[in-house]
Design a protein. Structure first.
Length: 399
């Protein structure tokens, strides 16, 4: 590796990387003044990452599982520390609160600052009497005071998440809002809308509000029987939701998990994007809702509940409609209004893309992020043309 290359940044996530975590990879790949190095406990079946820039503790064998356990319980990862130390990184950026706590000993061993981005449930799911969750999250809740003190900076993906972190005692001077950003060059309008389609994309879990979408759509189809509901995603409630749809909807499709290309094609075909997320008893809420911004970038009006940080993305009566949480009748009214008025759909769609470009464009948000990196690391950066990693050409693998 070239010693004169850009300053190196460790992008840390326990599992590298699930298919739903494209935003982590996209943010890293959008960097122009820092060179990303991916690190974690192990690889999982999911997103491709560059072979020569991905380091994990465990390869899945017995010895690897022992090393992984030692890291998670005691913060000890001598091989990973040695590998990363040889690269002289200037900063470690962990995604999700529990991963920030895991990465804290690693950052200390490397002698570099730690930035942690909070994406959602890691900041909102605090009452675990109502939810079964993994050991890492419970351990994080029990020991997050260590992260309060040891972390250098905490990035919240919305103002809503920032408020949640401050309520939990995070030092105000260490918490900043940084919207992750949408690739507006990739998510751009190319509408193929013909028949009326209401599109949902998301995990089929209680928090995503699929049952309210189906209730609302049943009302809509009484007035507009040609309207089709298209559900993309999978999850624990799929069987129940399909049963509910069979008993109340005229036209619907459950497509399960689909590729990013297929989701993009369905967004172009859709008349309206609707994902009515709700707050859970554990406290878990929608932090921001990247999928809303993606739909808006493609000039699709959005109908949702005013839950969590959704109103920071969707501007009510400007880029879509927001109903009060769990009010599926108002949700149905808003869907019907938009289906009747193609001109309104177009106005909302155009305004939505302008809003995303103005506030949530990935390229611009990443420039802001790099100023944060430079400030926290105290390092000057090289011009964008400096040599280094071109992650898009990488091959999925791990050291």
């Amino acid at each position: 590796m070239n010693a004169s290359a850009k300053p190196k940044l460790v992008v840390f996530s326990d599992h590298l990387l699930y298919p739903s975590e494209t935003f982590i990879r996209a943010q890293a790949y959008a960097l122009s003044e820092f060179e990303p190095i991916f690190a974690g406990s192990r690889r999982v079946q999911g997103l491709e990452l560059p072979r020569d820039y991905t380091y994990v503790i465990s390869q899945g064998d017995f010895a690897g599982r022992v090393h992984e356990g030692a890291f998670k319980l005691f913060g000890v990862a001598p091989r990973l520390t040695r590998w990363l130390g040889a690269l002289n990184p200037v900063l470690l950026h962990a995604h999700y609160g529990p991963n920030g706590l895991r990465a804290l000993p690693l950052a200390r061993s490397l002698g570099i600052p730690l930035i942690v981005t909070f994406h959602g449930s890691d900041a909102t799911a605090t009452d675990l009497r109502h939810e079964s969750t993994h050991f890492g999250h419970r351990r994080y809740l029990a020991r997050k005071q260590e992260l309060h003190k040891g972390g250098t900076l905490f990035l919240a993906v919305s103002q809503f998440i920032r408020r949640k972190l401050l309520e939990q005692g995070f030092p105000e001077e260490k918490v900043e809002v940084h919207y992750t950003g949408v690739d507006t060059k990739r998510f751009r309008p190319a509408s193929t809308e013909r028949d009326p389609v209401i599109l949902f994309v998301g995990r089929l879990s209680e928090r995503k509000g699929g049952e309210f979408l189906i209730r609302a759509a049943a009302e809509v189809q009484k007035e507009s029987p040609a309207t089709q509901v298209v559900v993309i995603g999978d999850g624990p409630l799929r069987t129940d939701l399909e049963k509910q749809a069979k008993g109340s909807l005229r036209r619907y499709r459950f497509l399960g998990t689909r590729t990013h290309k297929e989701i993009y094609e369905w967004m172009n075909r859709a008349s309206i994007f609707c994902a009515p997320s709700v707050k859970m008893p554990s406290g878990e809420e929608e932090a921001f809702g990247m999928v809303y911004a993606e739909a808006m970038a493609m000039e699709k009006p959005v109908v949702a509940f005013d839950s969590g940080g959704v109103s920071e993305v969707v501007a009510h009566e400007q880029t879509g409609f927001l109903a009060q949480e769990r009010d599926w009748r108002t949700l149905a009214k808003y869907l019907s209004v938009l289906l009747r008025d193609a001109g309104l759909r177009k106005r909302f769609g155009v305004a939505g893309r302008k809003r995303v470009i103005r506030h949530f464009d990935l390229e611009q948000r990443t420039k802001v992020l790099e100023t944060i990196y430079a400030r926290v690391s105290g390092r000057k950066t090289l011009p964008p043309e400096a040599g280094g990693l071109n992650p898009r050409s990488g091959v999925a693998s791990a050291h």
